[in-house]
Design a protein around this ligand. Structure first.
Ligand SMILES: [Zn+2]
Length: 159
């Protein structure tokens, strides 16, 4: 069903860079401490993941990126299995007793930070199925809404 990958070398390079960047980000996280953490279960999960499961996190990010389908626009799409063809949903995973959207895993894993309420993952390409690290950015909810409005009139530049 999936079309041939338009750029397999570029695809593999993105995945390998993400693996390396994730390990670097997790190493930088060590010793990091915020007293307001440990309040939410997802923050505890992220702290444990970044501190103690960096290698597996980096491997998973690399694997999901390789599994994703590179589109003509340069997005790396990963859709949930058995998702609706007309309104596909982003892939979610279950890992360490926690459900997580893969694009969240990629964005926060490469940033090496624990998510807080104020910050959301923005899709700069306006494609919610996309997990391309360069298309994801952590920003505020207000920025995210503004992105969606802007993207209705603006096309993502083709690469
Ligand atoms: Zn994208």
């Amino acid at each position: 069903m999936t079309k041939p990958d338009p750029c397999p070398d570029e695809h593999a390079r993105i995945a390998l860079n993400a693996y390396q960047d994730c390990l670097k980000a997790c190493a930088a996280f060590e010793g990091f401490f915020l007293p307001e953490l440990e309040q939410r279960t997802d923050q505890v999960w992220w702290k444990g993941t970044l501190e103690s499961n960096a290698e597996e996190l980096a491997q998973r990010i690399q694997r999901y990126l390789l599994e994703a389908n590179m589109t003509g626009e340069g997005c790396l799409e990963l859709r949930a299995p058995n998702t609706s063809a007309t309104t596909p949903t982003p892939q979610r995973i279950h890992w360490r007793h926690h459900r997580q959207k893969v694009y969240q895993l990629v964005a926060w894993g490469l940033l090496g930070e624990v998510p807080t309420k104020r910050w959301v993952v923005r899709h700069l390409c306006n494609n919610r199925l996309c997990i391309h690290p360069e298309h994801l950015e952590v920003g505020t909810q207000a920025q995210n809404l503004r992105d969606q409005q802007l993207n209705r009139t603006k096309n993502w530049p083709h690469q």
